[in-house]
Structures are given as C-alpha cells and as structure tokens.
Design a protein around this ligand. Structure first.
Ligand SMILES: Nc1ncnc2c1ncn2[C@@H]1O[C@H](COP(=O)(O)OP(=O)(O)O)[C@@H](O)[C@H]1O
Ligand SMILES: [Mg+2]
Length: 249
C-alpha cells in the first residue's frame, strides 16, 4: 500500500450502485468519504439501505458498479478470500443479526478475529486475546458468561458479545449496525462511552448506523441515508423521517 493510500480517507465510495435483483437498485451513492478517526453517525428509516451500505464497506457485498475503497484498498479488486482476510485484519463489524458462531463459547466468539488474523493479533498491544476479551467482557458486563455457549445468552447479551468481538485487537475501521437496539438506556450509554473511548485510543474510524436520531449529537458527523443514497425509496406520507430521508429532486 502506498503512503498516499495510507494517509487517505478510511472510506471512499465513488458512483456505487448495488441491487439484490437486477435492475432494482437499492443503493446509488455518487460519493461518500469518511476521514480517518472520524466518528460517523448514519441514520435513515428501515429499508433505506443502511445494512446494505455497511455490507459493501465490509466487503460482504460487492457493488454492481463503482468503487469501494477501504483504508486505501479497492475491495472490488480483491477476490472473495482476500476480502474475508482484509475484513478480519482491519475491520470490527457488529452485524445487525450479530452473526455469532453458535457452536462456540462467548470467549471463543470474541477472540475469533484474532485467531483468524496475525495482523489483528499484533494490534492487541502486548496482551493476549483472552486477556483483552476478559477486559472487554468486564466493561460490557458479560464477564461471567465467557465460558457459556452463545446460544444460552439473551439477545442483549449476544449484542454485547458481538461488540466485544468487533473491538478486540483495535481494528482501524469499526462498523456497527444498530448495535444498541437490544440494550436498555443505561447499558446503551455505557456501551457508547466504551465504543468512543476504544476508537479514540486506537485512532479507529467509526461508522455507526441507527434509526435512533437521539444518538446523533454524540458523533463527529451525521449523515442521512436519504441524502447520500439516490435510490432511497420516497417514504409514505406521515412517516416522521420522510422529510430528511426522501429529499430527492
Ligand atoms: N438479502 C436481500 N435480498 C433482497 N432484498 C434485500 C435483501 N436485504 C435487503 N433487501 C432490500 O434492500 C432494501 C434495503 O434494505 P436494508 O439495507 O436492510 O435497509 P435498512 O438496514 O436501512 O433497514 C430494502 O428494500 C430491503 O427489502
Ligand atoms: Mg438494517
């Protein structure tokens, strides 16, 4: 990777289109740039393409047109296996459905990225993956559950396991899809504090998706999917988010 790429934005999208079915664009994003270290809040109503956009940032989905550059790398130029490796090495991803591995324990789920990637292990800062997992679990109030199978956990507990897994080994880009939806207000606030502290310590870039606009003031920048995505469907009249989300000309 060249020096200029390393100094460039964490995320750069250009003329990106994505469709699950041919001819039916879900995303049409002319441009999106997220600077390194930025804490970006992305909001939009259900169905506006938030999860799809994060899938493209993580290289889980591939655009039908345009380029997705993450930390200077063009994900579309990587083969599927290389994209998986890139994700394990550089990204922390809290999926909306968590994507925990059901036959692994809480501890094994949290430490998985570090077992998959030597570069990620190198970012542990001198501690072991298990030690850092225990520390994160403690901060997220799931320390007593480390040896449990994840299938024995409540939804809110599983969400915190997914968060610990995403933060372990201080990835350069942290992507969160509605990570607070199953948390009560107190836990949500503590989780956000931990997330911001970890990102700032590591200089990580954060892209955080939620429909809960009340969280927006805590971030360094807020973007509405409706203004970013030309393919966002106009909302029904009476939808409280219609004004911001459906602003198409
Ligand atoms: N796997 C899929 N197959 C087909 N259509 C999908 C799939 N996932 C999402 N969609 C459609 O794409 C659009 C955007 O969905 P999504 O990105 O999940 O929105 P959000 O996360 O903002 O709720 C919706 O119309 C949704 O129905
Ligand atoms: Mg979603």
């Amino acid at each position: 990777m060249s020096t200029s790429a390393a100094a460039g934005p964490a995320v750069e999208l250009k003329d990106v289109r994505f469709a699950y079915r041919a001819g039916q664009d879900v995303l049409d994003v002319p441009a999106l740039s997220v600077a390194r270290g930025e804490l970006l809040f992305l909001h939009g109503p259900s169905g506006s393409g938030k999860t799809t956009l994060l899938g493209l940032l993580a290289g889980v989905l591939v655009p039908s047109a345009g380029t997705v550059r993450i930390l200077g790398s063009d994900l579309g130029a990587l083969r599927s296996g290389a994209r998986d490796h890139f994700r394990a090495e550089h990204l922390g991803y809290v999926f909306q459905m968590f994507n925990l591995i059901p036959y692994l324990s809480v501890r094994e789920n949290i430490t998985l990225p570090c077992r998959l990637s030597a570069a990620r292990r190198a970012r542990l800062g001198g501690t072991s993956a298990d030690a850092q997992a225990a520390q994160l679990a403690d901060r997220l109030e799931i320390a007593g559950l480390l040896d449990e199978p994840v299938t024995a956990l409540s939804v809110g507990q599983q969400q915190r396991v997914a968060v610990a897994r995403a933060l372990l080994g201080a990835p350069e880009l942290v992507v969160c899809d509605e990570p607070t939806s199953a948390l009560d207000a107190d836990r949500r606030d503590r989780f956000l504090e931990l997330l911001f502290a970890r990102c700032q310590e590591a200089g990580s870039t954060l892209v955080f998706v939620s429909h809960d606009l009340a969280l927006a003031p805590r971030f360094s920048r807020t973007l509405a999917l409706g203004t970013l995505n030309r393919a966002a469907a106009p909302r029904a009249a009476g939808d409280p988010e219609a004004v911001g989300a459906g602003a198409r000309r």
